[in-house]
Ligand binder design. Structure first.
Ligand code: PCA
Length: 324
């Protein structure tokens, strides 16, 4: 091949791979296992984008904390070690209470309330995350959080002294106010933490009860339905801003679809996974009015503490939420 035809061929190859030349391979760490609906939703999001961009954006999902541990995912996206990632939104409550409002007991306890809370949170959180060069793409709730124990819990007093698994600061406060002793344990480590006696009770969704096979180490589930916390997917803003407009549009479209699909999946999970637990021998016991009244007192205390110390942003979200 002479120089001339070589040059023509290179040009042809360059044209042929015009899309390929800009093809992006992204890594996406997530905290939860493949058995969890959030992970299924995110895999579908990645598939949708591979299809809608003709392969120009190829996202590899690294589930269950396999690439980065949950506490490190946000900073991995921030520092561009990865382009995109998922985490439990209320983990960031130590940065600003605005991030943690979906984990306050009985502030927003149904899906409809959770939707209204997210509408109030989203603009504020978008601004706060932009300060860290992060951009939210979509947020999806877990089913309402219920109580898992080894004996029937009739009032808050029955929680006293229990070694309690926690997943964020709000749940730690909640357990402490109930007289229990909280320990932070990531979702994939739940079976191990119960097996070794590190913890003996927890509050989480029926989804996580089933994915961790709660029936192997717990016998009662009390659907107190106290809050509806969310996972959020964020992309590095600098990475996003550098993309071609058509890829950006494809991402925003797939994200909107994933948010709608995720909320639907979550709603369907709540009853289906509670039924799975019952089938596997867990006693599903409706909470007594006394238990709920005691838990609501704790929630009111936590809200009062939060309002005494919270940022103006967090207070504005609560005001906007209550005004609707
Ligand atoms: N499952 C996750 C977060 C909330 C939930 O329902 C967990 O238990 O870690």
């Amino acid at each position: 091949m002479n120089k001339f035809t070589g040059a023509i061929m290179s040009a042809a190859v360059a044209t042929l791979f015009a899309t390929g030349a800009q093809a992006q391979s992204w890594d996406m760490p997530t905290p939860y296992s493949d058995a969890v609906f959030h992970t299924a939703n995110i895999s579908q999001f990645a598939d949708d984008l591979r299809a809608s961009t003709n392969g120009a954006l190829d996202i590899t999902v690294h589930s269950a904390g396999s690439l980065f541990k949950h506490p490190d995912i946000k900073n991995a996206v921030r520092s561009r070690q990865v382009q995109i990632g998922e985490f439990f939104l209320s983990r960031l409550s130590n940065e600003d209470a605005a991030f943690g409002l979906d984990s306050l007991p009985f502030l927003a306890a149904s899906y409809d309330e959770a939707e209204r809370l997210w509408a109030a949170q989203k603009p504020v959180i978008t601004e706060l995350l932009a300060e860290q060069n992060l951009m939210p793409l979509f947020a999806v709730p877990w089913p309402a959080q219920g109580l898992y124990t080894n004996s029937e819990i009739k009032s808050v007093a029955d929680l006293s002294g229990l070694k309690f698994r926690a997943y964020n600061a709000a749940l730690e406060s909640f357990a402490t106010l109930a007289g229990a002793s909280p320990t932070q344990v990531e979702a994939p480590d739940i079976p191990q933490a119960f097996a070794t006696g590190q913890v003996e009770a927890m509050i989480t969704s029926p989804s996580t009860g089933v994915s961790s096979k709660a029936w192997d180490f717990l016998s009662y589930y009390t659907p107190i339905n106290a809050w509806v916390p969310k996972n959020i997917v964020v992309v590095n803003k600098q990475v996003f801003d550098a993309l071609d407009a058509d890829i950006q549009a494809a991402i925003l479209e797939a994200a909107a679809t994933a948010e709608t699909r995720g909320w639907e999946m979550s709603r369907a999970e709540a009853s289906a996974k509670t039924a799975t637990m019952a089938e596997n021998g867990i006693n599903v016991v409706e909470p007594s009015p006394e238990l709920i009244a005691g838990l609501k007192e704790i929630g009111a205390q936590m809200l009062a503490d939060l309002e005494a110390n919270a940022s103006d942003e967090a207070k504005a979200i609560i005001a906007a939420y209550n005004a609707n």
